[in-house]
Design a protein around this ligand. Structure first.
Ligand SMILES: Nc1nc2c(ncn2[C@@H]2O[C@H](COP(=O)(O)OP(=O)(O)OP(=O)(O)O)[C@@H](O)[C@H]2O)c(=O)[nH]1
Length: 730
């Protein structure tokens, strides 16, 4: 297993912390033939086929660019917005690859998992390193499908900046909102790229408006498109007042001309650009005092005299402060607008030293990522991203430190900084590595090995997969003894199943996919229980009285309370035993064996005979809580998903009719170009297999995004049907 390792450092002496992200290495070699030879020859590099050639750079320049010239960036977006296509163009223009990969042909560099190539989607983040005009760019391509949001989140933690890609005909879509919020949480400066400007229905204005309205962000229009949809042929650089036109004879978009706009040849475009530039200057001046002073003092009479570099520096600061986002546009598929996007990445996104991390780490074996190939390197300077191997006990989201004391010191420093700066502008949050938010799994199914003798192999495979992907949960069904997989969606579980086969050589059998329900109680109940058992010559005797009552928390962790008479003399070990008993009882509700949420458990009385083991205390408390839960009026809660379906007008009616049959609750129907966007809620149980149904209903023209919204109470009729089905009565 390989891990992405991000080194945070500003000084050479201290080694407080390093962040590790796991990423698996797959032996897929298809993209190698397109790799351009630019890795130096040497002891550690000779194992890389295809990387040997004349274009050899010095080892130093490959490994140690100045920190100000490093950009660690991620690409994030809604599914199908064009992340992979854009990445492929970036790799091609930077000289990393020899030819253009195509997601539709399944030969891209970054989608290197077999399933990614087959399905044309990104599942795992891929990391690549390339150079652009003297800058070292470490780029991570992240998945867009909702089932893989955890993968996105773990990438965001190691990035200094991100490019958010949008489909210019759709604007901000559901998944972009989720990823945008995650990027907000990690304080990642961003630039937006409105892709697919060539597509029918593409609208620069519409997409910009949706960034303003839905993301509540302030777009800085650094470019204007020249033409739209079929007529799209290039962009205007608003900052420099140049037009960039791509040569229609060039297939790969490498050649384009950059010309200053002139009154003689482009009067209308020049006028529009001047207006846009003036608006941009005013907007940036509003957000940046230093720039405002400069403009007022020297250029208030004539903005035209303001040098482009001054404006660019101010845009860089504003981007860093995240008070606005630069917006660019283009068409990755038609090879237009990618080179200026790369310029913007180096110009506006921060270098690692501008991100105020305070860590440095030393590690024995380091590898530099080249998608699915890795070059071993002797050392790495601060601000880079690299891989490390052989970490046995480190899982995704962990932070590795050189010693406990340095970790504590770093945490204390960060805390102090945090307190000091909190009052100012929460700057200090950047110092701390935010934890990864692990989403709740909503589906589960049993998994069985081909034979009992393969059970240990299956357990090993699942353990490895879980370390990489904490959104995958594995548990043992206490009744049947079967292994149960819990995941984010149908596709997620399907991919795990597939990976166990391909990577671990195990043909496993999945049970039917089931919805992860929850349970709650509707009234307060009390129960008492006594456990009296003699084992050998020792008597274990416990008597407890508990009360279970409903509360509002939306959490499966029960609130535990003690009557005053108990809490006074309670030993710590007994308390731990009691709480473990309560927790285990609440993990398996009386209706379906699902976790119980929104309950408080109060321990009213407790008698423990001297010599009673803590295991017996736990067992007695657990049994008593289960008794109480059983006595109460109970309710099944089902996952309610928020759903967004984008569909061509003509297919709206069948989609709505179908959703009505699925207990769908439509909140809003928006118009987006020629499409309708249906926004609403639908119970997860009724939306299983929806992608196939939607494809059939709309001849493949619709897309949808699904996300867990909340757990809602089922009505009694649906609940009875479910309970009867589960108990085998229907
Ligand atoms: N018209 C048009 N289509 C594009 C453009 N860029 C990408 N596409 C198409 O959009 C589809 C999705 O492109 P991808 O690059 O796989 O998108 P993605 O965002 O990486 O998708 P995921 O990895 O699944 O999240 C493919 O069919 C591309 O050919 C573009 O600029 N214009």
């Amino acid at each position: 297993m390989l891990s992405i390792l991000r080194i945070f450092a500003v000084s050479h002496q201290t080694i407080p912390s390093v962040h590790i992200n796991n990423i698996c290495c797959y032996k897929v070699r298809a993209s190698l033939k397109r790799l351009k030879p630019h890795v130096p020859l040497g002891r550690n590099y000779s194992s890389l086929p295809g990387l040997i050639g004349n274009d050899i750079k010095s080892l130093h320049s490959i490994i140690n660019p100045p920190i100000a010239k490093i950009r660690n960036i991620g690409i994030m977006a809604h599914i199908d917005a064009g992340k992979t296509t854009t990445t492929e163009r970036i790799l091609y223009y930077s000289g990393y690859t020899r030819s253009l990969g195509d997601v539709d042909d399944g030969d891209t560099v970054t989608d290197f998992m077999a399933q990614e190539r087959e399905r044309g989607i990104t599942i795992q983040s891929a990391a690549v390193t390339f150079d652009w005009k003297g800058y070292r760019v470490n780029l991570i391509d992240t998945p867009g499908h909702v089932d893989f949001t955890l993968e996105v989140e773990r990438c965001l933690r190691v990035l200094d900046g991100a490019v958010a890609i949008f489909d210019a005909s759709a604007g901000v879509e559901a998944q972009t909102l989720t990823v945008w919020r995650q990027a907000d949480k990690h304080n990642i400066p961003r630039i937006c790229f409105l892709n697919k400007m060539d597509k029918t229905g593409a609208s620069f204005k519409y997409a910009v408006e949706s960034i303003r309205e839905k993301l509540k962000a302030k777009p800085l229009l650094l470019q204007l498109p020249i033409g739209e949809a079929k007529t799209f042929k290039g962009v205007v650089d608003v900052v420099t007042k140049e037009k960039l036109l791509w040569n229609s004879n060039s297939n790969d978009g490498k050649d384009f001309e950059r010309k200053l706009l002139l009154e003689m040849s482009d009067p209308a475009l020049l006028k529009e650009t001047t207006e846009a530039r003036n608006a941009l200057i005013e907007q940036v001046a509003d957000l940046d005092d230093e720039f405002a002073d400069l403009v007022l003092e020297e250029f208030s009479e004539n903005f035209d005299l303001l040098p482009a570099e001054k404006l660019q520096t101010a845009i860089h600061r504003v981007t860093l402060a995240q008070t606005a986002v630069p917006v660019l546009c283009g068409s990755a598929l038609k090879n237009k607008g990618i080179q200026p996007l790369l310029d913007a990445v180096t110009m506006y996104l921060p270098s690692p030293e501008e991100r105020n991390y305070e860590f440095l780490e030393r590690i024995s074996r380091l590898l530099l990522p080249f998608a699915d190939q890795h070059v071993e390197i002797p050392s790495l300077t601060a601000g880079n991203i690299a891989l490390t191997v052989g970490l046995k006990h480190t899982a995704t989201g962990d932070t590795i430190v050189s010693s406990k004391s340095s970790a504590l010191a770093a945490a204390r420093r960060a805390e102090r900084e945090g307190e000091k700066k909190h009052r100012q502008n929460k700057e200090a949050e950047r110092v701390l590595l935010a934890g990864v938010e692990i989403p709740e799994p909503v589906f589960f199914c049993t998994i069985e090995p081909p034979s009992v003798s393969k059970q240990p192999d299956l357990e090993h495979a699942l353990k490895c997969l879980q370390r990489e992907d904490p959104s995958l949960k594995v548990r043992l069904d206490p009744d049947s003894g079967q292994t149960v997989l819990c995941g984010m969606g149908e596709l997620h579980i399907e991919i795990i199943h597939d990976r166990i086969k391909r990577e671990y050589g195990l043909e496993t059998y999945l049970g039917p996919l089931q919805v992860a329900y929850r349970e709650t109680i509707l009234n307060s109940v009390r129960a008492t229980d006594t456990l009296d058992r003699t084992l050998g010559d020792k008597r274990h005797l416990v008597t407890v009285e508990v009360e279970a009552r409903p509360i509002e928390t939306s959490s499966v962790t029960p609130v535990i309370e003690y009557a005053e008479s108990i809490s006074e003399g309670l030993l710590k070990v007994s308390q731990e035993a009691i709480e473990s008993g309560i927790h285990s009882a609440c993990l398996q509700g009386p209706l379906l064996g699902s976790p119980v949420q929104d309950v408080a458990i109060t321990l009213h009385s407790l008698t423990i005979h001297p010599g009673t083991s803590t295991t017996m205390i736990s067992a007695c408390v657990s049994r008593c809580v289960q008794k109480a839960l059983k006595k109460a009026d109970k309710q099944v809660l089902e996952p309610l998903m928020s759903l967004e379906v984008t569909v061509a007008r003509d297919y709206l009616s069948p989609v709505l009719a179908d959703l009505a049959q699925r207990r769908g609750n439509i909140q809003e129907i928006q118009t987006r170009q020629d499409n309708k966007v249906v926004i609403g809620f639908v119970p997860l149980a009724d939306i299983m297999g929806y992608s196939t149904v939607l494809r059939t209903l709309t001849s493949g023209s619709a897309t949808f995004a699904l996300e867990l919204s909340t757990y809602q109470a089922m009505n009694s009729q649906d609940q009875n049907t479910l309970l009867n089905r589960r108990s085998g009565l229907t």
